[in-house]
Ligand binder design. Structure first.
Ligand code: ZN
Length: 262
């Protein structure tokens, strides 16, 4: 830990200061407003006893957050208040990133006061999810692929379990409000979706099929559904007799899993 003497201000915030900081955060009316509010409230409080105000800082005299330190648990409470307020704008993830380098440093002080706060759910009342009809078909096709894998490889096969688990996890993410309360889902491929969130964040849920490789020793061939083969590079070794053994049958549904791409 950095030596305490290097900080301009290193102290616990008072209970009144903590209450006024969290009130300022709760009053923010946009995601960007949260960052502005917390910076003004925290550093305004910290520089006040120095006889300064934030008006004295600007492009010519920058305020360095690392010149200040507050107790760890007060830092955590302020951060949590920001993340909770960010739920109102579906901005929890972006606010977490934004706060990384702008808050004061921390130090250990078990006696510092953290006023109790009632848990408030800042999320909008409902999540409005718009699904294009093509995307609705993709969602049906994804569920069907999981069923087909269970049928072909068995309910307890890794092929079925990997696909079903990844599909469930990503479907739950689609319904969650982590990225906002207004979400648009469109098609991004036979088994893939594009998701545009109210917060401006966009991500894709993409199905990655397991390639049907040849399992014979020393063969690098990948086998297509029609039985034809290819290799990544033209000189790669492949079975000279062309009697490839596919990792899974030609008529089987391709196993694979869905993953999140931002
Ligand atoms: Zn082969």
């Amino acid at each position: 830990m950095t030596n305490a003497t290097t900080y301009r201000v290193r102290r616990a915030l008072s209970e009144a200061e903590m209450i006024s900081i969290t009130a300022a955060i709760d009053a923010a009316t946009s995601a960007a407003g949260i960052v502005t509010a917390v910076l003004r409230a925290v550093f305004g409080a910290l520089v006040a006893p120095l006889g300064e105000t934030l008006d004295g800082y600007g492009p010519d005299r920058k305020l360095d957050p690392r010149d200040f330190a507050i107790p760890e648990q007060q830092w955590a409470a302020i951060t949590e208040a920001c993340l909770s307020r960010a739920d109102a704008f579906g901005a929890r993830v972006t606010i977490a990133m934004d706060l990384l380098n702008v808050l004061p440093a921390t130090y250990d002080d078990p006696s510092a006061v953290v006023p109790p706060r009632s848990a408030v759910d800042h999320r909008p009342y409902e999540h409005v999810l718009t699904v294009s009809r093509e995307a609705a078909d993709v969602i049906t096709a994804c569920a069907q692929r999981c069923d087909a894998l269970a049928q072909h490889f068995g309910e307890d096969s890794p092929e079925h379990r990997d696909a079903a688990r990844s599909w469930q996890r990503n479907l739950a993410l689609l319904f969650s409000m982590d990225f906002g309360a207004r979400t648009r889902v469109t098609r991004d491929g036979d088994l893939s979706l594009l998701v545009s969130c109210g917060s401006g964040f966009t991500y894709a849920l993409i199905f990655h099929p397991v390639q049907r490789r040849c399992t014979r020793d020393g063969c690098a061939a990948v086998i297509r559904g029609d039985g034809t083969t290819w290799t990544y590079r033209s000189g790669d070794p492949a079975c000279a007799d062309r009697q490839h053994i596919p990792a899974y049958p030609l008529d089987a549904p391709a196993p694979g899993s869905w993953s999140f791409h931002s």
